[in-house]
Design a protein around this ligand. Structure first.
Ligand SMILES: [Zn+2]
Length: 316
């Protein structure tokens, strides 16, 4: 039996069409919405690894409703991820995204910037954060190509159109006061906290990990990260939206992030100063049962030890 020519033509076109569609398994992925205060929401991503299904949105984002439009905190790791965050933000506020603020230089904080910039959205960051983004963009895109494949299409590293010099910035949009605070180089150099002083809410970015073990990256400095964490505590936030994990308070942030950073500084720094060697340091501290309750402990703790050791050694 011969197929009618129109049907045959549409069948021929099918492989091309399928290729351009996202994989069915990931079509329904959305970060979980947590209400923080009136008009302030957190979009909570999974605490596991980046995957194709989760669009590498394994982190948290913020949505602030203002009389003049929506502010999105961090833009996701890709163009498609950015569109997904935008849809979620606009569904919550009923207003278009006016501003995007970047809290850091890890992929999920900023690689979606291009999507918003193309729509005329103002992207805001400290100049020092942009400097780190520029330094790490190539490596991040290479790593994401492996994870996201087709879903990285159209993602172009794009930096803030409005770059603030110095360590702090005070902004106002639609009756909301928003402060940007750099305290010290943390998970990445140039990481900031977005602080809503009127509400006592801190969007802590990658300064704070809850429920899961934090990750020391080659760019991380555990000692100055701890100093930045102490400065965040001094703000006495009523609510913390961490970079990873559910919305939390100071006590939990201290237990899951502060205590571990202090442990790295107390234990690993001394071994580096004594030139014990990275293998000895890792072997000596590999078992830290007090942190085993945190997710990703098995995957990350030993790697964190070796990277912390190398950071302390390099700082000598
Ligand atoms: Zn992160």
């Amino acid at each position: 039996m011969r197929l009618p020519s129109l049907l045959a033509a549409s069948l021929l076109a099918l492989p091309l069409l399928t290729q351009s569609l996202p994989a069915a398994a990931g079509d329904t992925f959305m970060p979980t919405v947590q209400r923080v205060a009136e008009g302030v929401h957190a979009l909570i991503g999974p605490t596991g690894a980046r995957t194709h299904d989760n669009h590498a949105l394994n982190a948290n984002f913020g949505v602030i409703d203002t009389a003049a439009g929506t502010i999105l905190i961090d833009s996701g790791a890709s163009r498609t991820g950015a569109a997904l965050l935008e849809a979620q933000a606009e569904a919550l506020t009923g207003k278009p995204v006016r501003w995007v603020i970047n809290t850091g230089a890890q992929d999920h904080r900023w690689l979606g910037n291009g999507y918003f910039a193309d729509k005329g959205v103002e992207v805001i960051a400290l100049a020092r954060t942009v400097e780190t983004q520029q330094a790490v963009a190539g490596d991040q895109l290479a790593a994401l190509t492996t994870v996201l494949g087709d879903r990285l299409a159209g993602t172009t590293p794009t930096h803030a159109s409005r770059r603030l010099a110095g360590e702090h910035g005070v902004l106002e949009l639609g009756g909301r006061r928003i402060e940007l605070h750099y305290f010290a180089d943390a998970h990445f150099p140039g990481d900031i906290v977005v602080w809503l002083p009127d509400e006592g809410i801190a969007f802590a970015g990658d300064h704070v990990y809850v429920d899961r073990l934090l990750g020391i990256r080659p760019q991380s400095n555990p000692e100055t990260w701890l100093a930045a964490f102490e400065a965040l505590k001094a703000l006495q936030p009523a609510v913390i939206v961490p970079g990873h994990g559910p919305v939390t308070d100071l006590a939990t942030a201290e237990a899951d992030t502060g205590t571990y950073l202090r442990y790295l500084v107390d234990k690993v720094k001394g071994l580096a100063e004594d030139l014990a060697g990275v293998d000895t340091a890792v072997a000596e501290l590999a078992d830290a049962p007090q942190f085993a309750r945190l997710k990703n402990y098995d995957e990350l703790h030993r790697l964190n030890l070796s990277r912390a050791y190398l950071a302390f050694e390099a700082a000598q």
